[in-house]
Design a protein around this ligand. Structure first.
Ligand code: ADP
Length: 283
């Protein structure tokens, strides 16, 4: 497990979530200037996304998972505010429809994975099929227990096809969840966010934590790593996710730029040939 601003799960790690502090804040990030830092990261993310879209070599898939109220929606709203919506796609996965449920569990996921040039964000994902499905016994263990392997194969297939995959688990404490749910009850402007099922799910907290530990332990690979994000502080959660995404995409920047330059040179050469041909004709 490598630690820094957040925790990257290494292949083969056995994750115990109690060991990770959801309140953690790296001393080099300050709440006071969090907005400016996020804006700078957002601007760079926008530039990198433009290169990703133009180069058409890779796609990016960012998966967000976490307990109810952990901030999946808030992360999307804040981290992607500088990104061109044209080449960005968000998919939220709910209870499967009858058609989805009639297929294998990856069918609806594969159908919407980002094509080359696109930055895709999954709000919930294939992991629900080893989380809510496991906690509520929606299929027998003999079925869900094989899904970790299927997910790893699936993500390898995507990675082999040029998908850069990052998976973020938004780690909040149970006390923080209580406070966030209570805030929705107390504030009539936030009442629309109340979902009675979120309250009902609370009694399964430990079962969910266990299910998350297994998903994080069994499905973190070099090509599709899991990151545990300390998420009790919303500003810190946004910053570390933006930072990790930017740093990951930055590694491809030179490759995308030199491809684009080569493409530009080629286009210029063919334009010069066309112009030279026109001149020869008219002389
Ligand atoms: P959110 O909580 O993400 O804002 P919703 O309140 O609509 O959105 O919740 C979506 C619900 O769909 C969650 O309770 C989630 O557990 C459930 N869900 C997602 N995928 C599956 C699945 N494969 N099987 C069963 N339930 C699922």
């Amino acid at each position: 497990m490598s630690a820094d601003f957040l925790w990257k799960v290494s292949e083969g790690d056995s994750v115990k979530l109690k060991k990770y502090d959801p309140d953690y804040v790296h001393p080099s990030f300050k709440h006071d200037n969090a907005d400016e830092t996020l804006a700078a990261l957002g601007t760079e993310l926008g530039e990198l996304q433009e290169l990703l879209a133009a180069a058409q070599h890779h796609s990016v898939l960012m998966i967000l998972q976490g307990m109810d109220t952990s901030g999946k929606d808030g992360t999307i709203r804040h981290v992607f505010s500088h990104v061109n919506p044209q080449s960005c796609r968000v998919n939220s996965f709910k209870v499967p429809t009858a058609e989805e449920a009639a297929h294998d569990f990856l069918w609806r996921i594969h159908n919407v994975t980002p094509p080359k040039g696109v930055l895709g964000i999954f709000n919930r994902s294939q992991y629900e099929d080893v989380l809510v499905v496991r906690v509520h016994n929606l299929v027998p263990e003999s079925v869900w227990s094989h899904r970790y392997k299927a997910i790893n194969h699936f993500e390898k297939l995507l990675a082999d096809n040029g998908t850069i995959i990052l998976k973020f688990f938004l780690h909040i404490s149970q006390d923080e969840q209580t406070a966030r749910l209570q805030a929705r009850v107390d504030d009539k402007d936030k009442a629309w966010k109340i979902s009675s099922s979120d309250f009902a799910e609370r009694k399964y907290w430990d079962d969910y934590q266990k299910a998350y530990e297994d998903a994080l332990s069994q499905c973190s690979t070099d090509e599709a790593p899991w990151y545990i994000v300390p998420a009790n502080h919303k500003w810190y959660r946004n910053l570390v996710i933006a930072k990790t995404l930017v740093e990951t995409m930055r590694k491809y920047k030179d490759e995308w730029k030199s491809d684009l330059e080569a493409r530009g040179r080629k286009e210029l050469e063919s334009l010069q040939q066309i112009l030279a041909g026109n001149e020869a004709k008219s002389s």
